[in-house]
Design a protein around this ligand. Structure first.
Ligand code: SF4
Length: 212
């Protein structure tokens, strides 16, 4: 499996935020979000056998493992890796761009954190209803917004696709670009079931640093 890095850190962007977590960052992503903070994962990396990744995750000692990218959904070995991590007692999170459907054969005990990318990202054309149609309560939709127009687009899209009652939703501000206090106000005014979050790992660690 093509891997950019593995590391132990604090989960920063989901209902698991705050917990120690072992991260497996895959290499390669077909999208090019305007505010991507992991462009170093687009190319390069090294081949690592699935069993070696599982061994590292077990040695890390954290019950939580997140497979992120890059874009994990384009990795053919993803179902095997997820299955083996679950078999070793891990709680598995997979963070994905929203640009792809759930791979066939993926164990649905995994918690999927699926981005819904608004126009500010420059990638909204990748967002298709079918990529979100099979999500449920153990998953979550995460929208990172640059401003009010993005926030309105996200709430409209989730309504159109009938997802409010089916999948938990979190919204976070683009780091350094959207004021989190404004976002909190929009959420309160909307009356919608949205959880506000900030990128915790960027507050705890240097936001420009890799492997945090
Ligand atoms: S989907 Fe993720 S890795 Fe890919 S360009 Fe967007 S932010 Fe970067």
């Amino acid at each position: 499996m093509r891997i950019t890095e593995t590391f132990r850190s604090i989960q920063g962007e989901s209902r698991f935020a705050g917990w120690p977590c072992f991260f497996i960052r895959t290499t390669g992503c077909p999208l090019r979000c305007r505010w991507c903070d992991t462009a170093y994962a687009f190319y390069g990396g090294e081949e690592q056998p699935v069993d070696s990744l599982v061994e590292q995750a077990v040695e890390s000692g954290t019950p939580l493992v997140e497979i992120t990218g890059g874009e994990p959904f384009v990795q053919p070995e993803l179902p095997e890796l997820a299955q083996k991590l679950i078999a070793n007692g891990k709680t598995v999170l997979i963070e994905t761009s929203g640009g792809f459907s759930i791979p066939s054969g993926l164990n649905r005990e995994c918690h999927l954190i699926v981005d819904l990318k608004p126009p500010g990202s420059g990638m909204e054309q990748w967002m298709k209803h079918e990529h979100f149609a099979d999500l449920g309560q153990r998953d979550e939709i995460k929208a990172v917004v640059a401003g009010r127009d993005d926030f309105d687009w996200v709430t409209e899209k989730l309504g159109q696709w009938g997802l409010w009652d089916r999948v938990p939703v979190t919204v976070s501000p683009v780091f350094g670009e959207c004021d989190p206090r404004l976002l909190a106000r929009w959420v309160l005014d909307s009356g919608l079931p949205i959880r506000v979050q900030v990128q915790l790992h960027k507050i705890l660690f240097d936001p420009m640093m890799r492997g945090v």
